[in-house]
Ligand binder design. Structure first.
Ligand code: NAD
Length: 384
């Protein structure tokens, strides 16, 4: 034991002077990286960091908070969320008593409150997931809320960071591949970080507006902004208005799965925890002013997705029902992820087969979670 303590204290000193990494200590002592971090935090060698997570009660935001709290003992997370119909604190039930986690209900468009949180809690980084995120709602109804949150809300956060220059080291804006517009079904090209924005739906146009403000705030004021464009996510805690949970839920009840057009639309599906790891990697190693694409090289048509779900559940393909296409429905997204792979060393870990099986299992075990959302969100049935 004493020898172990001596070895740790030597390694801790090397860590303090930047001569060894957490991973190397973990490999040398044969203990998990998290335990190394915890020991370093306890000894005051590793400082605590506070992250402000905008929209942390939604699908990806809540998965990201789980990821951060599981991985980093030294991180504090403030979840700042307006709790729109898409925000659900149930997603965070198992961390709500963690002293490293705090929830504040608020709007990202409220610059003063965000600034107060930044100052009061010494926030070092902001990761913004907060958005109106449902394409169908943005097309079928007025997109006022999309513009308010996805453009003005992002502007408000950028202002708050600008006013606290020096303290907030990173502002990470979570965006989407939908800002790039569409590819044709036969196109072999992929979206790169240099692809121009040609959004086709109000949701994507509003996201592009927020992204462009990020660029401008970096250029004009050196606000340390990084923007990411990720492809379609799937996994636990996704609101059942979205394709995979919606299809799953309907199939479980032997109800028809509705697909737009001929079900030919192609999306690149990434498991949500792979997306969270990519964001974590960018937070640690990404460069301010840069843009990173995130994807999984896993392109599937919506028809294929429905067939996979039905086959895993042992339900007939006759449940697939084609309905008229939605206006502005992009045909295909395809993401080139060379930059994040080569510059930051990230790559997705989850195969689609495993990821979808885990996701289906999660929804089967948490069907009451879906039911409660349906109960709360009376608008729900209009979109399905
Ligand atoms: N889901 C995907 O497949 C996907 C893919 C790529 C990028 N994205 C982006 O990732 C982000 C998160 O997506 P998601 O699917 O988790 O969305 P979501 O709809 O599940 O969650 C959005 C969250 O933001 C909160 N919110 C909305 N307006 C707010 C405001 N004004 N102030 C504070 N909080 C507010 C909601 O309450 C909710 O908790 C979005 O910005 C989206 O554009 C999503």
């Amino acid at each position: 034991m004493e020898i172990m303590e001596q070895r740790f204290s030597i390694l801790a000193r090397l860590f303090e002077t930047g001569q060894i990494s957490l991973e190397e200590i973990s490999a040398l002592l044969l203990i998990p990286r998290q335990d190394v971090e915890l020991l370093l935090v306890t000894q005051g060698i590793l400082k605590t960091k506070t992250l402000l997570v905008g929209g942390g009660a939604g699908f990806i935001g809540s998965n990201f908070i789980h990821h951060i709290l599981e991985k980093y003992p030294q991180y504090r997370v403030i979840n700042y969320d307006k709790l729109t119909y898409a925000g659900n604190l149930e997603n965070l039930r198992n961390v709500e008593k963690d002293p490293r986690y705090m929830f504040v209900q608020g709007d990202i468009a409220d610059t003063e409150t965000v600034e107060k949180i930044i100052k009061d809690h010494n926030v070092e980084a902001i990761v913004n997931f907060a958005a109106e995120s449902h394409v169908g709602r943005s097309v079928m109804f007025r997109a006022d809320e999309f513009v308010r949150t996805n453009v003005l809300g992002v502007h408000s956060l950028l202002e708050a960071v600008k006013r606290n220059a020096g303290q907030v080291k990173t502002y990470l804006q979570i965006s989407t591949d939908e800002t790039y517009g569409t590819l044709s079904l036969t196109d072999t090209a992929k979206f790169t970080e240099d692809t121009g924005f040609t959004p086709n739906v109000p949701y994507a146009a509003a996201k592009a507006g927020g992204d462009l403000l990020c660029r401008a705030y970096f250029r004009s004021y050196e606000v340390p902004v990084i923007v990411t464009h990720c492809s379609n996510n799937y996994g636990p805690y996704q609101h059942p208005e979205k394709l995979i949970p919606n299809s799953l839920f309907r199939a479980l009840r032997n109800q028809p799965i509705m697909l737009h057009g001929a079900g030919q639309h192609v999306r690149d599906w990434i498991y949500v925890r792979d997306h969270c790891e990519a964001l974590d990697c960018i937070l640690q190693k990404g460069k301010p002013g840069e843009v990173y694409n995130i994807g999984s090289d896993n392109e599937k048509t919506t028809y294929e997705i429905a067939k996979i779900i039905l086959s895993i559940l042992g339900k007939p393909e006759s449940l697939i029902t084609l309905v008229p296409d939605r206006p502005g429905n992009d045909l295909r997204y395809s993401i080139d992820t060379t930059k994040i792979r080569e510059e930051l060393g990230w790559e997705p870990k989850q195969s689609f087969e495993e990821g979808i099986a885990k996701t289906i299992q999660w929804y089967q075990h948490n069907i009451d979670w879906v039911e409660r959302i349906r109960e709360k969100d009376k608008e729900f049935s209009k979109y399905i």
